[in-house]
Design a protein around this ligand. Structure first.
Ligand SMILES: Cc1cn([C@H]2C[C@H](O)[C@@H](COP(=O)(O)OP(=O)(O)O[C@H]3O[C@@H](C)C(=O)[C@@H](O)[C@H]3O)O2)c(=O)[nH]c1=O
Length: 162
Protein backbone atom coordinates (compact mmCIF):
# COMPACT_ATOMS: atom_id res chain seq x y z
CA UNK A 1 0.00 0.00 0.00
CA UNK A 2 1.17 3.52 -0.70
CA UNK A 3 -0.64 6.44 0.90
CA UNK A 4 -1.32 9.82 -0.69
CA UNK A 5 -0.63 12.67 1.74
CA UNK A 6 -3.85 14.46 0.79
CA UNK A 7 -6.92 13.14 -0.96
CA UNK A 8 -9.05 15.08 -3.45
CA UNK A 9 -12.76 14.47 -3.90
CA UNK A 10 -14.04 12.59 -6.92
CA UNK A 11 -15.27 9.27 -8.25
CA UNK A 12 -13.03 6.25 -7.79
CA UNK A 13 -12.25 4.04 -10.79
CA UNK A 14 -13.66 0.48 -10.49
CA UNK A 15 -15.95 1.26 -7.55
CA UNK A 16 -19.44 0.21 -8.71
CA UNK A 17 -22.43 1.95 -7.15
CA UNK A 18 -25.89 0.61 -8.03
CA UNK A 19 -29.27 1.76 -6.70
CA UNK A 20 -31.22 -1.21 -5.32
CA UNK A 21 -34.75 -1.15 -6.75
CA UNK A 22 -37.53 -2.13 -4.36
CA UNK A 23 -40.59 -4.10 -5.48
CA UNK A 24 -43.36 -2.78 -3.28
CA UNK A 25 -46.66 -4.48 -2.55
CA UNK A 26 -49.21 -4.80 0.25
CA UNK A 27 -46.86 -6.96 2.31
CA UNK A 28 -43.82 -4.70 2.22
CA UNK A 29 -40.93 -4.75 -0.24
CA UNK A 30 -38.34 -7.02 -1.89
CA UNK A 31 -35.01 -6.03 -3.49
CA UNK A 32 -32.54 -8.17 -5.44
CA UNK A 33 -29.00 -7.83 -4.02
CA UNK A 34 -26.90 -9.45 -6.75
CA UNK A 35 -27.26 -11.69 -9.80
CA UNK A 36 -24.61 -13.83 -11.43
CA UNK A 37 -25.84 -12.81 -14.90
CA UNK A 38 -25.01 -9.17 -14.14
CA UNK A 39 -21.69 -9.80 -12.40
CA UNK A 40 -18.09 -9.82 -13.53
CA UNK A 41 -16.89 -13.38 -12.68
CA UNK A 42 -13.84 -11.84 -10.96
CA UNK A 43 -16.07 -10.21 -8.35
CA UNK A 44 -18.57 -13.08 -7.95
CA UNK A 45 -19.37 -13.50 -4.24
CA UNK A 46 -18.36 -16.72 -2.48
CA UNK A 47 -19.88 -15.96 0.92
CA UNK A 48 -22.19 -13.46 2.56
CA UNK A 49 -22.67 -12.01 5.99
CA UNK A 50 -24.81 -9.39 7.61
CA UNK A 51 -23.81 -6.95 10.34
CA UNK A 52 -25.68 -4.47 12.50
CA UNK A 53 -24.10 -1.13 13.37
CA UNK A 54 -25.47 1.11 16.12
CA UNK A 55 -26.31 4.81 15.53
CA UNK A 56 -23.23 7.04 15.47
CA UNK A 57 -20.85 4.07 15.16
CA UNK A 58 -18.44 3.34 12.29
CA UNK A 59 -16.81 0.19 10.89
CA UNK A 60 -13.44 0.60 9.19
CA UNK A 61 -11.42 2.07 7.60
CA UNK A 62 -10.28 -1.28 6.25
CA UNK A 63 -8.49 -2.38 3.11
CA UNK A 64 -8.14 -5.76 1.41
CA UNK A 65 -5.20 -7.00 -0.66
CA UNK A 66 -7.13 -9.50 -2.77
CA UNK A 67 -10.80 -9.26 -1.74
CA UNK A 68 -13.60 -7.31 -3.36
CA UNK A 69 -16.42 -6.34 -0.99
CA UNK A 70 -20.03 -6.15 -2.17
CA UNK A 71 -21.87 -4.04 0.37
CA UNK A 72 -25.63 -3.61 0.30
CA UNK A 73 -27.12 -0.79 2.36
CA UNK A 74 -30.83 -1.55 2.72
CA UNK A 75 -31.85 0.19 5.95
CA UNK A 76 -33.47 0.60 8.37
CA UNK A 77 -30.88 3.36 8.97
CA UNK A 78 -28.67 5.49 6.69
CA UNK A 79 -24.90 5.27 6.35
CA UNK A 80 -22.17 7.62 5.22
CA UNK A 81 -19.77 5.54 3.15
CA UNK A 82 -16.11 6.62 2.81
CA UNK A 83 -13.76 5.40 0.06
CA UNK A 84 -10.10 6.32 -0.52
CA UNK A 85 -8.15 5.13 -3.56
CA UNK A 86 -4.63 4.29 -2.39
CA UNK A 87 -3.81 1.96 -5.32
CA UNK A 88 -0.53 3.29 -6.79
CA UNK A 89 -1.42 2.17 -10.33
CA UNK A 90 -5.00 3.45 -10.35
CA UNK A 91 -6.07 6.31 -12.65
CA UNK A 92 -7.86 7.76 -9.59
CA UNK A 93 -5.04 7.23 -7.08
CA UNK A 94 -5.40 9.87 -4.32
CA UNK A 95 -9.16 10.33 -4.81
CA UNK A 96 -11.65 10.23 -1.93
CA UNK A 97 -15.34 9.45 -2.54
CA UNK A 98 -18.24 9.63 -0.10
CA UNK A 99 -21.78 8.33 -0.49
CA UNK A 100 -24.97 8.26 1.53
CA UNK A 101 -26.75 4.92 1.41
CA UNK A 102 -29.46 3.07 3.28
CA UNK A 103 -33.19 3.33 3.86
CA UNK A 104 -33.49 6.64 1.98
CA UNK A 105 -31.21 5.51 -0.87
CA UNK A 106 -30.87 1.71 -0.95
CA UNK A 107 -27.72 0.80 -2.88
CA UNK A 108 -24.95 -1.70 -3.43
CA UNK A 109 -21.33 -0.57 -3.43
CA UNK A 110 -18.67 -2.88 -4.90
CA UNK A 111 -15.23 -2.03 -3.49
CA UNK A 112 -12.13 -3.48 -5.17
CA UNK A 113 -8.89 -4.46 -3.38
CA UNK A 114 -6.70 -1.50 -2.42
CA UNK A 115 -9.60 0.91 -1.98
CA UNK A 116 -9.74 1.81 1.71
CA UNK A 117 -13.33 1.88 2.97
CA UNK A 118 -15.44 2.66 6.02
CA UNK A 119 -19.05 3.34 6.82
CA UNK A 120 -20.78 5.17 9.65
CA UNK A 121 -24.39 4.91 10.78
CA UNK A 122 -25.62 8.51 10.49
CA UNK A 123 -29.26 7.68 11.25
CA UNK A 124 -31.08 7.31 14.51
CA UNK A 125 -31.71 3.55 14.54
CA UNK A 126 -29.64 0.38 14.24
CA UNK A 127 -28.44 -0.14 10.65
CA UNK A 128 -28.02 -3.39 8.72
CA UNK A 129 -25.28 -3.92 6.13
CA UNK A 130 -25.08 -7.01 3.94
CA UNK A 131 -21.72 -7.95 2.43
CA UNK A 132 -21.00 -10.63 -0.18
CA UNK A 133 -17.22 -10.71 -0.72
CA UNK A 134 -15.50 -12.68 -3.46
CA UNK A 135 -13.08 -14.34 -1.00
CA UNK A 136 -13.73 -16.55 2.03
CA UNK A 137 -13.09 -14.86 5.37
CA UNK A 138 -9.86 -16.48 6.65
CA UNK A 139 -9.87 -18.90 3.69
CA UNK A 140 -11.06 -22.52 3.39
CA UNK A 141 -11.98 -23.85 6.82
CA UNK A 142 -10.94 -20.49 8.31
CA UNK A 143 -7.32 -21.74 8.19
CA UNK A 144 -5.56 -18.77 6.56
CA UNK A 145 -4.71 -15.24 7.64
CA UNK A 146 -7.55 -12.75 7.22
CA UNK A 147 -7.08 -10.54 4.16
CA UNK A 148 -7.59 -7.23 5.91
CA UNK A 149 -5.56 -4.14 6.76
CA UNK A 150 -7.26 -2.24 9.59
CA UNK A 151 -6.60 1.50 9.70
CA UNK A 152 -8.92 2.55 12.53
CA UNK A 153 -6.30 2.72 15.28
CA UNK A 154 -3.39 4.09 13.23
CA UNK A 155 -2.04 7.39 14.58
CA UNK A 156 -1.81 10.06 11.86
CA UNK A 157 -3.82 8.02 9.39
CA UNK A 158 -5.03 10.02 6.35
CA UNK A 159 -8.26 7.97 6.36
CA UNK A 160 -10.41 10.26 8.50
CA UNK A 161 -14.17 9.92 8.96
CA UNK A 162 -15.36 13.54 8.86
C1 LIG B 1 -15.94 -10.18 8.29
C2 LIG B 1 -16.13 -11.45 9.14
C3 LIG B 1 -15.97 -11.40 10.49
N1 LIG B 1 -16.15 -12.53 11.23
C4 LIG B 1 -16.02 -12.45 12.70
C5 LIG B 1 -14.67 -11.99 13.22
C6 LIG B 1 -15.03 -11.23 14.49
O1 LIG B 1 -15.14 -12.14 15.57
C7 LIG B 1 -16.42 -10.67 14.21
C8 LIG B 1 -16.39 -9.20 13.82
O2 LIG B 1 -15.49 -9.09 12.71
P1 LIG B 1 -14.77 -7.74 12.31
O3 LIG B 1 -14.34 -6.98 13.52
O4 LIG B 1 -13.72 -8.06 11.30
O5 LIG B 1 -15.97 -6.97 11.63
P2 LIG B 1 -15.93 -5.58 10.83
O6 LIG B 1 -15.01 -4.65 11.51
O7 LIG B 1 -17.33 -5.19 10.59
O8 LIG B 1 -15.23 -6.00 9.46
C9 LIG B 1 -15.75 -5.56 8.25
O9 LIG B 1 -15.62 -4.13 8.21
C10 LIG B 1 -16.04 -3.57 6.97
C11 LIG B 1 -15.81 -2.08 7.04
C12 LIG B 1 -15.29 -4.24 5.88
O10 LIG B 1 -14.55 -3.66 5.13
C13 LIG B 1 -15.42 -5.72 5.82
O11 LIG B 1 -14.66 -6.27 4.76
C14 LIG B 1 -14.94 -6.24 7.15
O12 LIG B 1 -13.57 -5.93 7.25
O13 LIG B 1 -16.97 -11.46 13.17
C15 LIG B 1 -16.46 -13.72 10.64
O14 LIG B 1 -16.60 -14.78 11.33
N2 LIG B 1 -16.63 -13.78 9.29
C16 LIG B 1 -16.49 -12.68 8.51
O15 LIG B 1 -16.67 -12.77 7.26
Amino acid sequence: MSVSPEFTRGKIHDVVVKPLGKFLDERGWLAELFRSDETDPATMPVMAYVSMTRPGIARGPHEHVDQTDWFCFIGPSNFKVYLWDSRPDSPTHGVKQTLFAGIDAPMSVIVPPGVVHAYKNVGGVDGIVFNAPNRLYAGEGKSSPVDEIRHEDVAGSPFILD
